[in-house]
Design a protein around this ligand. Structure first.
Ligand code: BG6
Length: 308
């Protein structure tokens, strides 16, 4: 059975309803950007900035921006977070579904259809190409997002990929460590992008503090998949698990935690000045030790978010 989603083009979002449970989600073709997921009881899990720009002139602030082929800007000749979040994706024909278990849709984008935010070797080099398929699947208690990246060009390429989740924190409690925190990063190597400090995460849950928070967590030897418990409210605890592979071989999953705090919130035109207390970004990604994708081969990355 086809989901109760409307056929849309350009800026019009795709609304998916899981009929059996009543859960819903909204995906914008610009960036294949999931901006809302509501459980069967109507609870929203994602934060969307009240000043988010939804007309395709800028990446959407909130929800789940997709980052590929780089996270941040290690290659300055490429735009920050790559080109996926700044281009219109196409719905994969016949991909919508709505059955007893779940509902969802797939979107696709090839490098050759990407007009914006290309750069570095992904700019003019016509020997490189990638076909990305992004699938969002929802049920009453959570969602699964999977991105597949297929090398359809003439040369191999290297990449990073990351799902930049903005989770909603109710009652403005993001900076309250008792209420909003993340378990599961203990023992990870921490790279604090603000202070430059590098250390190993202690046994305490990760929580924000009264300044810009921007840290990358690299797993210890032997840890492959990411498995986190995220509390955003005493009544709202989520599990997030993520796994990825290149050409069928598992790749270690890193995590990023980000909150802009006051000054950086003010500096972003598309983010409400006071909204930093309403969100926490917890972002799984394939960031280090990712093998090259050979011609004709595929990589994939999946996260599963569930209400506990
Ligand atoms: C985070 C990065 O994931 O994304 C931060 O670690 C960055 O360094 C933030 O500032 C937001 O990035 P952007 O490009 O969406 O403003």
């Amino acid at each position: 059975m086809v989901g109760q989603a409307m056929t849309t083009t350009n800026d019009q979002p795709i609304d998916i309803v899981h009929t059996k449970s009543g859960a819903t989600c909204r995906i914008y073709p610009y960036g294949a950007h999931l901006t809302s997921y509501r459980t069967s009881t109507g609870k929203e899990l994602l934060f969307l900035s009240r000043d988010a720009i939804l007309d395709g002139s800028k990446a959407i602030r909130g929800g789940i921006p997709l980052c590929f082929p780089q996270f941040g800007q290690p290659d300055k000749s490429m735009p920050q977070h790559g080109f996926l979040r700044n281009n219109y994706w196409t719905e994969v024909s016949g991909s919508r579904f709505d059955n007893d278990d779940s509902a969802g849709v797939s979107m696709e984008l090839c490098l050759t259809d990407a007009i914006h935010s290309r750069g570095g070797c992904w700019g003019m080099d016509t020997t490189l190409n990638v076909k990305c398929i992004y699938t969002v699947k929802i049920d009453g208690g959570g969602f699964v997002t999977t991105i597949e990246m297929e090398n359809i060009g003439k040369e191999c390429w290297d990449f990073q990929v990351l799902l930049h989740n903005y989770f909603l924190v109710q009652d403005g409690m993001a900076l309250n460590s008792n209420i909003c925190n993340i378990q599961g990063l203990e023992g990870y190597a921490v790279d604090d992008k603000v202070s430059g400090d590098k250390f190993v995460q202690c046994s305490q849950p990760v929580s924000l503090h009264d300044k810009l928070f921007d840290r990358v967590y690299t797993p210890p030897e032997g840890t492959i998949d990411l498995s986190l418990i995220i509390s955003t409210n005493p009544m709202n605890t989520l599990s997030l698990s993520a796994c990825g592979e290149v050409d069928g071989k598992k790749v270690c999953v890193s995590g990023v935690v980000w909150n802009p705090y006051k000054d950086n919130a003010k500096a972003m035109a598309d983010f409400g000045d006071d909204q930093y207390v309403d969100m926490i970004c917890v972002e799984p990604g394939l960031l280090s030790g990712v093998p090259t994708v050979e011609k004709g081969k595929k990589a994939s990355f999946t996260q599963t978010v569930k209400c506990l």
